[in-house]
Design a protein. Structure first.
Length: 278
C-alpha cells in the first residue's frame, strides 16, 4: 500500500497524520513501529489517524498511537495538528470542530491567528480513573516509593490519558531521565503513566518537562501540560490562566476549577507531506 501522510508538530512534539476519511486505512503494530522508527521509517512521537465519526453529531474520530504501537486515549498537541490537517485537506470548512476520541469528546477551535484552542473536557483527580493503585484515600499529594531512589510526592491526574505530576525546585536531566522511567512503569500505575516535572516560577508561569509513556521525553506534551497546570491550580500554587514553558515552546492553559473544562491554546505546524510504501 502507498500511504500518503503529513508530517506535523506541536512545539516539537511530532506526528505523522493520516487521512482515513477519504480512504480506509488500517495499521498493525509492526507497521506503526516501522513508520515511527526515526532511522528506518519516518519517525514520530505519535501517529494520528483522522477517521469518520461514529456518532452523527460529531465531525471526526481521532485515533492516536505512540511510536511503539500502543493505542492511547488522548494527545493534546496532536489535537491542534488534527484541526490544522482537516482544514488544509478540505475535510471540513468549520472553525469549531467536534471530535470523538477513545475516551470521550473534545472540541477544537481554530483562532484567527492560526493557533488552535482545544477544549479538553474536565480533568479527574480520582486515582481509579488513571488507574492508580492508591494506598491513601483522596488526598492532593500521594507518596510513591521508587526502587533505588526513595519516595517522591505526586498528583495523579487523568485528562483522558493518565499523568503523574511532580513538583520540583529545579528541573534537571537526571530527574527527567532517571525518575521519569521509574514512575512511568511503577506497579502502582497498572496501565503505566506519563510523568510531568513542574517547576513553578510564579502564579502565572511554570517550566515543565514530560517523560511520556511508551515514548520517553518529548519536546512538549499537551495533555501533560494540562495535567500539570490543573494539579498546580488545585493545590493553590497557580492562577487560573498559566503559561507553561516547555522545551519546544510555550502553551497557554486556562482552568476555572472542578466542573469546568481545560482550555489549551498553542500552535500547530505542518513540516512536509510525503508518501511511503507499507
Ligand atoms: N504527546 C501527547 C501525549 C501522547 C500520549 C502519551 N504518550 C500517552 O501514552 O498517554 C500530548 O501532546 O498530549
Amino acid at each position: 500500500m502507498l500511504l500518503k501522510f503529513s508530517k506535523m508538530h506541536g512545539l516539537g512534539n511530532d506526528f505523522v497524520v493520516v487521512d482515513a476519511v477519504s480512504r480506509k486505512v488500517y495499521f498493525n503494530k509492526e507497521q506503526i513501529e516501522f513508520l515511527g522508527d526515526r532511522n528506518r521509517g519516518i519517525g514520530f512521537d505519535q501517529l494520528l489517524i483522522v477517521e469518520p465519526p461514529i456518532s452523527p453529531e460529531m465531525d471526526f474520530r481521532y485515533r492516536i498511537y505512540n511510536s511503539n504501537g500502543s493505542e492511547v486515549e488522548h494527545c493534546g498537541n496532536g489535537a491542534r495538528c488534527f484541526a490544522k490537517f482537516v482544514i488544509e485537506k478540505d475535510l471540513t470548512n468549520k472553525s469549531v470542530i467536534n471530535v470523538e476520541t477513545k475516551r470521550g469528546q473534545i472540541q477544537l477551535i481554530v483562532q484567527d491567528d492560526g493557533e488552535v484552542t482545544v477544549d479538553m473536557g474536565e480533568p479527574s483527580f480520582n486515582p481509579v480513573d488513571l488507574p492508580f493503585d492508591a494506598t491513601e484515600n483522596d488526598t492532593a499529594l500521594y507518596s510513591l516509593e521508587l526502587d533505588g531512589y526513595g519516595p517522591v510526592e505526586l498528583t495523579p491526574v487523568s485528562v483522558g490519558n493518565p499523568h503523574a505530576v511532580i513538583r520540583v525546585d529545579r528541573l534537571t536531566d537526571e530527574l527527567v531521565s532517571g525518575v521519569g522511567p521509574l514512575v512511568e512503569s511503577h506497579s502502582s500505575f497498572p496501565a503505566n503513566v506519563n510523568v510531568g516535572f513542574m517547576e513553578v516560577l510564579n502564579r502565572d508561569e511554570v517550566n515543565l518537562r514530560v517523560y511520556e509513556r511508551d515514548v520517553g521525553e518529548t519536546q512538549a506534551c499537551g495533555t501533560g501540560t494540562c495535567a500539570a497546570i490543573v494539579a498546580g491550580i488545585r493545590q493553590g500554587w497557580l492562577n487560573s490562566k498559566v503559561t507553561a514553558h516547555l522545551l519546544g515552546g510555550d502553551l497557554r492553559i486556562e482552568w476555572h476549577g472542578e466542573g469546568s473544562p481545560i482550555l489549551m491554546t498553542g500552535p500547530a505546524t505542518k513540516v512536509f507531506e510525503g508518501q511511503i510504501y507499507l
